[in-house]
Design a protein around this ligand. Sequence first.
Ligand code: GLV
Ligand code: MN
Ligand code: MN
Ligand code: MN
Length: 409
Amino acid sequence: MKISEERLLSDLHLLKCFTDTPGVGVTRFSYGESDRRARQFIKEAAESHGFSVRTDPIGNMYIGHQEMDGKRNKIRIGSHIDTVRNGGWLDGIYGIASGLEVLRTLSENESERVSEVEVVIFAEEEGSNFGSTMTGSKFVTGIYGEKDLDRLKNDDQISLREMLMNCSFPPYQEEEVLWDFSSMKAMLELHIEQGPVLEREGKSIGIVDGIFGMKTIEITITGTGNHAGATPMKYRRDALATAALCIAEVERVAKTDPEGIVVATVGKMSVLPNCSNVIPEKVIFTVEVRDKREERIRSFINKIEEAIKMISDQRETDLEIRSLADSRPFRMDNRIMKLMDRLASEAGIHHRIMDSGAVHDTCIIAPHVPSGMLFVPSIGGRSHVPFEDTNADDLVGGAQLLLDTVLNI
Ligand code: GLV
Ligand code: MN
Ligand code: MN
Ligand code: MN
C-alpha cells in the first residue's frame, strides 16, 4: 500500500500559507486566526474523504472513521499544527499532514484498519501562546485540569479559559477531555528531527528511543527605573544589567555538565519600559533546562536558581522565580521501536535509533500506552527558524514508513 506523494506534498505547501508572518517563516499560534484557517483546511480535506472531525474543549482536534467511536485497539497518530514565532513550515504539521495521508490511503485501499486509526492535532504544543509546552496532551492525560485554565495566561494576560470561550469549542468538562487509554493499542508520531544527526550520518529515518524532559521557569528582576542621564552609575538598580549577568551564568552552569548533555536556554525576555533613555525597571525572562536524566534537570535548575539569587542579592535588585512548565523524560515502547527498525530495514532505508532533544506530545502519552516516534532529517539541522526544511523524498519516505507501521502494529 502506497501513500500519495503528490497529495502529501501539495497539502504541506498549501498549509504553510496559513501564517501570521508571510515571507518570514510560519507563525501560527494556537487559537489564533492562522490556526483556525489551517484547522478548517484539514477538516475539509478529511471530510471530503468521508472522515469525521471533532474538537474537544481544549481545542484538541480528532479525525477518524465514523465507526471509530467505541472501538478498542485504537491507533492514534498525533502531532501539532501550532508553531513558534517565525518558525518553520514542517515542525508539527508534517506529522498531521502525514497522518491524514495515512487515513486517506487506508480508506482508498479499503483496509479494515482505517476504522482503528485516529489523527490527533494536539493544541498548544509549542507553548508559544500560553508559555507551557504540550498543553493539549497534558490535559488529555490529566496532568493539567480545570485549575490550569485560569493559571495559564498569555502575554496579554488572557487566561486559557477566556481564550477557549472565544473559540467555538464545547464548554470545558473533564470527561470530554481525558483519554480512555484502555481503548488504545498505540500512539505514533512522525516529526522532523530538528537537529543535524541524521543528515550528518546520511540517514533518512530516525527511530526515537528516549525523549528529553524539560523544565521552564520565569524570572522577574525588579530594580528602579530612572532617568538614564541624570542618575550616576553608583546610584542605580538596573534590572537589565542584573539580568545580563544572570543569563551569562545560565550558559556557564549548563556547560559544566561533564557529559555535555544538559542544555539551558534563555529564549524570551521583556524589558520595561524598554526605552533607550530610561534605566530598566523590570526584566522578565524564561530559562529552560532539558536533559534525558530527570535528576539532572532538577539539579541544574537548582544551580541556576541559586546563581541568579546570588547575583540579584549582590546587586540589590528584587527577584521572583515562578515555575512555568515541566515534562519528564520518557522512553518509547521497545516493541514498536523494533517493529519500526525491521520495517525500515525491509524497505532498504538507512536509519538509526536516536534520542530526541526536542519535546513531543508523544512523550506525555507514552507512560500510558505503547508509543513510537519516527524522525526524518532536517536540512542543515535547522528548526524553529524560517530556514527549516526537509527533502521531499525524506518527507514522503517518513509518511510511508508511518503507514507501514500502522499496517503492521
Ligand atoms: C517543542 O517543540 C520543543 O521541543 O520546544
Ligand atoms: Mn517545535
Ligand atoms: Mn514539533
Ligand atoms: Mn516538539
